[in-house]
Design a protein around this ligand. Structure first.
Ligand code: RP5
Length: 162
């Protein structure tokens, strides 16, 4: 079994600039991951086989980003018990509200942990995946605690004009 525990999947190459934010967080925390373009509409067979094999390949978390009619995260959640973290990609036409609504309102039984729209959501998806893995990985838990402390320490006490 591979030591890759996180899959970052996205509906299109055009989602990568957003989804890269999740990858950057995983890099910072020393978490191995794979990246794939898997589209619910354009490559449904790829979606099916990714979901079908995710558990046996050793994945622990799937981060799925899509925009517009963003069915990828929900369809992936229907195909695997592995936790799916959904990232609504910001669209030009409807600013990502379409993506958010497509991802967040799942029927009972098939959850998707839905993040904020866009880059912040993708970064938080990386942190959510890290938090899930850290439950059973004390070394990662320490790295994640340090990452959080460093972020807190970087916030100034007072605003400045600079
Ligand atoms: C979705 O359609 C993708 O997730 C992407 O956000 C959106 C637009 O895709 P492209 O037309 O840019 O390939 O499936």
């Amino acid at each position: 079994m591979s030591d890759i525990k996180v899959g970052i999947i996205m509906g299109s190459q055009s989602d990568w600039p957003t989804m890269k934010e999740a990858a950057t967080i995983l890099d910072e925390l020393g978490i191995a991951y794979e990246t794939k373009i898997v589209s619910a509409h354009r490559t449904p067979d790829r979606l099916w086989s990714y979901g079908k094999t995710a558990a046996e390949r050793g994945l622990h978390v799937i981060i799925a980003g899509a925009g517009g009619a963003a069915h990828l995260p929900g369809m992936m959640a229907s195909k695997t018990r592995i936790p799916v973290v959904g990232v609504p990609v910001q669209t030009r036409a409807l600013s990502g509200v379409d993506s958010l609504y497509s991802i967040v309102q799942m029927p009972k039984g098939f959850p998707v942990a839905t993040m904020a729209i866009g880059a912040a959501g993708a970064a938080n998806a990386g942190l959510m995946a890290a938090g899930i893995l850290a439950v059973s990985d004390p070394a990662l838990a320490q790295r994640l605690d340090a990452w959080r402390e460093a972020l807190s320490a970087s916030i100034p006490d007072e605003p400045s004009d600079d």
